[in-house]
Design a protein around this ligand. Structure first.
Ligand code: MG
Length: 160
């Protein structure tokens, strides 16, 4: 067996009139993620972690923001498409760990729903997926509620 680690990061502006999505879960919020797609910052970070671990490119290459096909796209569907490529290369998830950074809303009450949503999208057990919420201690655009960031790290295995 060989293993590979992958890292993903993303940031989106937060504006009124948009949905706030984390890993496919819509969270009640006064602001939501601005983006060409649905703006799901966590799904994007996870997608890049998976693609990076398998050395198969990045989310911007697979789904260019300049392509109208991805306007308002369901980011969980993009994640599934990316993971299908990863699996086609014979890589499988051992575990996925994530951090979401925003001042509000609180992520913790939604943790289990987000874990379940990502696990279902990736056909793994929720035990293999974890998510933590952090604030940015009031610092910078994320700390003043103008942005949300997400980081993800994944471990993949390939049986030889
Ligand atoms: Mg993004």
């Amino acid at each position: 067996m060989t293993i590979r680690t992958g890292l993903g990061w993303d940031v989106h502006r937060l504006v009124p009139g948009r949905r706030f999505l984390l890993g496919g879960v819509e969270i009640p919020s006064e602001t939501g993620e601005l983006g060409h797609s649905d703006g799901d910052v966590l799904a994007h970070a996870v997608t890049d972690a998976l693609l990076g671990a398998a050395a198969l490119g990045d989310i911007g290459e697979l789904f260019p923001p300049s392509d109208p096909a991805w306007k308002d796209a369901d980011s969980l569907a993009l994640l599934k498409t990316a993971y299908n490529r990863v699996r086609a290369a014979d890589w499988h998830i051992i575990n996925l760990d994530c951090v979401v950074i925003c001042e509000k809303p609180k992520v913790l009450p939604w943790r289990e729903a987000i874990r379940a949503s990502l696990a279902a999208a990736l056909s793994v057990s929720p035990e293999a997926v974890f998510v933590k919420g952090k604030t940015n201690e009031g610092l910078g655009d994320t700390g003043t509620g103008r942005a949300v960031e997400a980081m993800a790290t994944v471990l993949l295995e390939k049986r030889l």
